[in-house]
Design a protein around this ligand. Sequence first.
Ligand code: SF4
Length: 401
Amino acid sequence: MSLNWLAMDARLADIARKIDHGDRLDADDGALLFDTPDLWTLGELANRVRRAKHGDAAYYNVNQHLNYSNVCLLSCRFCEFQRKPGQAGAYEFSIEQIAQKGRDAQARGATEMHIVGGLHPKLSFDYYLEMLRTLKTEAPKLHLKAFTAVEIVHLARVSKQALRKDFAGGVKVVLEALRDAGLDSLPGGGAEVFDDRVHDEAWRGKIRSDEWLTVHRVAHEVGLFTNATMLYGHIETRENRVQHLLKLRDEQDHALQNELPGRFQCVIPLPFFPDGSALQHLPGPSGLENLRTLAVARLMLDNIEHVKAFWIMQTLPMAQVMLDWGADDVDGTVVWYDITKVGGAGTHQEVTIDTMRRTIREAGYRPVERDTLYRPVVRDGAKWSVHHASDTTADRVYILK
Ligand code: SF4
């Protein structure tokens, strides 16, 4: 690997050699990557790994978000989304409202519905099963990527699984029921940062890291692909971030070594936004810290294929830069995202496919529309299909356009 050796932090030379030889980085390497003032070499290292995996491809999808309710039993300190029952602004969608959103999404050519909500105290397990069944009937082309691990555990409690006696067994019953009703994959939220101190100070009551990881392990066992987030830039330390990434890497090793039918597809570092949360006195991470964290994630997670620059939180201009810092995916065209926004309450963010593709090209990359499972999509307006390698006509469409 050629690097500008004169300008680089000499401590990074060993890490560069490890990456060059395909050797795994350890916790000390992760700490050094967070400590080095030589951000540019860090970015170059991450970009080398990203280009080795994906060349000049930069993935996006055409998706729709559905936040079925903001009513939540918990009060995570970073969350500006949740409302208590009866509080101004609290809502929950009926099954018919959800069906209409599915029909609308399919009609405009979305390939995926991303579904998450609060931990509602009153909605029955049947509501969630009905939601999935109805969407599969009304909008069968949509991939249903739904429910964080936190929601899955909530649903296990709602459906009266004996989690204290057999946590994994109760989660399995629920995941299989949801899968059979139409659940296709898990989005990966709710991981926050895998550390008990941070958990107890910032989101006590939410599941801890061991439970989050168990939910994903069971999901992989029952054939569901999942993603994994990391919420950073609040009261955690950089060491906490390294440990978080290592735990994800270990879990992915487990899935791969045991040839489970599911695995992590993508990691999504999420910067903390203080505004409106109970932690709004904190500054939140800087742009450079966002780049650094993304690059470290790319370098530490050698067994997870994709790293996402979630543009709706990072902004599209920042996502363009992030494609040079380890990201290969910028998420979707996104309609109606309510959980955390760059622009504050009431800003429903969306870009057109043309804008997305132009943005990626402008950054020097080749836009590739993907479905949720990262298969290239061939599109003609709202009509789309998954690309098959033998289809050279389709090849021209998605590669050269
Ligand atoms: S982050 Fe999720 S679980 Fe926590 S308060 Fe917000 S909606 Fe509820």
